[in-house]
Design a protein around this ligand. Sequence first.
Ligand code: 5GP
Length: 177
Amino acid sequence: MERCLSKLNTLITSEQIETKIAELAARIREDYHDRNPVLVGVPKGSFVFLADIVRVLDIPLGIDFIGVSSYRGRMESSGEIELIQALRTPIAGRDVLVIEDIVDTGLSLNYVLNVLSQKTPASVKVCALLDKPSKRKITVPIDYSGFTVPDKFVVGYGLDFDEQYRYLSHICYLEEK
Ligand code: 5GP
């Protein structure tokens, strides 16, 4: 029988997200204001975070997306990562900042970093709004980290469960009813 997972519990409020984005943007602005970086979002989950942080950053930058898939609508990573959307911007010699929604096992980010490094960028760093270290399978660098979250399935602020809840302006965790 299907489990009912529709009980939402607030984990991070929209005010906390706003404050955190201002802090992260201040650090990134300091480091990148004169480097015209390319921000690489990893859809779909990062789209809200990316849209918010670029407007607070307010520095010259490029934007592109690299799509990878590992979940296919489930709550556990399949562990098999595949590229579903290639980067279009030439990044050789450019400073790249990967914008992630959440780092869980680290397998997706590790895959993305390998793909990007083959394109000989000047540098690659990572900004992740959420870090869920409890299920980490591989060590990955997170240079700008927002919140550390517990071992729960989180939704909202771009993150989904079966394409639901992305519209929430805050972050919740899902619980069995
Ligand atoms: P990883 O490869 O690090 O295990 O997972 C990375 C991707 O899995 C994230 O970009 C996100 O799309 C998805 N993911 C991991 N944990 C969660 C979670 O708690 N909630 C949601 N909605 N997605 C997650």
